[in-house]
Write a protein that binds this ligand. Sequence first.
Ligand SMILES: NC(=O)c1ccc[n+]([C@@H]2O[C@H](COP(=O)([O-])OP(=O)(O)OC[C@H]3O[C@@H](n4cnc5c(N)ncnc54)[C@H](O)[C@@H]3O)[C@@H](O)[C@H]2O)c1
Length: 340
Amino acid sequence: MNKKLRFAVVGLGHGVEHVEAIMGNPREELVLCCDLNEETFRKANLPPEVQFTTSMQEVAERTDIDAVAIALPTHLHADSAIMMLNAGKHVLCEKPLAPTLEEGLRIKEAVEKSGKVFQLGYEVRYSPFNQKVLQICKSGEIGEVTNVWWNMFCEHTNNGWRSSRKNRGGKIFDCACHYYDILQAWAGAPAKRIFAFGNLLGKIGPTADEIPETAIVIFEYENGVRGVFNLSDKCICRQSSTCGVAATNGKIEADPYYPDQLGSMDVHANGGEFQYHIDIKNVSNKRALHLGAREQHEAFANSVLNGAKVEVNVDTGIQLIKILDALDESLATGKVVEIN
Ligand SMILES: NC(=O)c1ccc[n+]([C@@H]2O[C@H](COP(=O)([O-])OP(=O)(O)OC[C@H]3O[C@@H](n4cnc5c(N)ncnc54)[C@H](O)[C@@H]3O)[C@@H](O)[C@H]2O)c1
C-alpha cells in the first residue's frame, strides 16, 4: 500500500474535525470530501488539491481512496459503512455505531466479511486526558476503584436528525455515549445494569419520543463498581464537565476540557491527601482538536499501516448500542434494566 493513507471524509458537519486531523497527520492524506451540501465544503476552505463530490457511490468506486471517515447522522452509518467496506475501504466511523442493534450487527457482518480495518469514533478514549486517568487507576496509587462519575452541564437544543430519539439524538444518547464508554473503562469492567431518571423542564418524565433535557443515569459494572452520569442540557454556561474516580486509597477529580480543551486533574492518594495537579499539555502545539480527535487518527493509521489491533472496534460499538438501548428502556419504564 501507498505509505500515506489516502482518505475521503463523508459528511462535513463534525466531519471537519476529521479533515483537520487527517491534514495534520503525516501518514494520512485528504483526497476527497463528500457532502450533499456543497456549501459545507466551500466553508471548510480547503487546499485546491482536495476534491469534492456529492455522491457517496463515487467515494466507494474511487480506486485512489484507501480509507473513509464517515461522519453522517447516526441513522445513516449502517448503509454507508457497509457500502464502503464492500468496496474494500478501511472505515473510521463516527459513534454511536448505529441507532439499533440490528443495524450494528449488519455492520459487524460486513466488517468480518471485508477483513478491512473498522474503527469507531469514540475518540475521547484515545485522548491524553483519558489515558492519564486510566494509567493512574491501573497503577494502584489511589487503591481499588469503587465509584466513577461524570457531570455534564451545558446549553443545547436538539434539532434536525438529533430531535429524534429513534435516531439516538440528544445529548443523553448522541454525545453522552462517549462518557458511558469512558466510565466503564475507568470502572475496569463492562456495565451490567442501568437505571435512569430523565425529564423535560417542567415535566415529570419524558414520553417514549421525547429526549430528556436533564437526567441521572446510574450504572453497576460487572466488578461491582458504581457509576453516575449527571446531565443538564438546559444549563446556561459553556459546556462544562467534571468527572472523577473514587477509590479505596484516594480519588481523582478532573475537568476533561479545561484548560485549552485538553483536561486537568487533582490526584489524592495516600489515605486521601492531595498529592499533585496535572494539566494535560498540547505537545504538538497545534490547535487542540476535539478531545482525542488527533490521537484516534494516529491509532487508525497504525492499525491500517502497521497492523496494530483496533482498540475501539465494532464489538465496542455493539456493546455501547446495548447500553443506549438499556438506557432508553429504563427512561421509558422507570425500571432497572440488565445489559446482556
Ligand atoms: N466524536 C464526536 O465527538 C462527535 C461530535 C459530533 C458528532 N459526532 C457524530 O458525527 C455524526 C454526524 O454528526 P454531525 O453533528 O456532523 O451531524 P450534522 O447533521 O451536523 O452533519 C452531517 C452532514 O452530513 C451530510 N449528509 C447527510 N446525508 C448525506 C449523504 N447521504 N451524503 C453525503 N452527505 C450527507 C449533511 O449535509 C451534513 O453536512 C453523528 O453520528 C454524530 O453522533 C461525533
